[in-house]
Write a protein that binds this ligand. Sequence first.
Ligand code: PMP
Length: 358
Amino acid sequence: MPQPVINLSRGMPPVELFPTEELIECGEAALRRDGDVLLQYGRSPGYAPLREWLGEQHGVGPEQVLIGNGSLEILSFATQTLLRPGDRAFVESPSYDRAITMLRRAGAQVVGIPMEDDGMDMAALDGELQRGPPALMYLITDFHNPTGITTSLEKRARLAALAEEHGFWIAEDSPYRLLRYEGQDIPSLWSLAPERVLLLSSFSKLLAPGLRLGYAVGPADAISTLANWAVDTYIGPVLPTQGMVYEYCRRGLLERNIERLKGVYRPRLQAVLAALEKHLPQASWPRPEGGFYVGVTLPQGVEMASLLARSEEARLKLSDGRGFFPHPPDGDRFLRFPFCSVTPEEIEEGMSRLACIL
Ligand code: PMP
């Protein structure tokens, strides 16, 4: 029998952690209580009680909250309303591959700013700003996908000041923020520049991605622009899952679920860091304090195409690091390790297989 494949490539939550029974109950309760609203065409900014609840969590009124079918689609609305073809969009390099695609699809010229262990390289950013400000900057400030890096408070303050000075928009994509396993929270960029930042977040990693439930918090006029765009796209978003999740939050279950997830994910992060030290001491990586990923730069001399071919023979599934870089060759030695869906034993075995094929 061939040994089982170890998948170190996909950033999905493990299915056994979905709170299915509780969601069934909450869905039923929501439909019984408010079925007429949840099954009708809804208002484009989302189910009113959930908007209200999310606003309270962020200390703003519901007019500053838009709920949609996943945060990625809201990002696509933002790229279509804030960018014109030919505009520059700055992203971290590497960044979330789908966000890069989305910016390009809106016609943006995507400029990658290299990352350091505490966020964007600010000297490189200053250099690019001298060539002209972007219309939009896309950042993942907490437990970045794909590196796991968290942007320091100093860099957040500088980014906030630059957005205000140059008048550009920042989309701060923060789906992992509440999954912190160590250390202290850092104020969001949105809290530092609320007039310039659209904060995006999601229930995909806190509950289940199939709910397709994401949201944006931002200035009321920007939220209203996004809501108008949403009406012309789908009239109103899918509401039954919004009712279900509102009921879940109203019952105080979300916080408990997040604690449960942290209890499973924390040892997986520790296992991946320990396995890297043991098996890949010649590589380099940051030390994430939360989220789903650790991004690893492999030693000089490794070449992605041949590594991927060897990994198939070793029954190891890896993601091609080049996909995360606006300039793909920059990712020729980069691997992203999502650690949440693999057990500590699989992580140890996977890293040991990788060490053998480097
Ligand atoms: N942003 C980032 C940074 C992500 O990593 C992901 C999921 N991989 C998403 C957005 C997608 O979020 P949603 O499911 O809410 O569309």
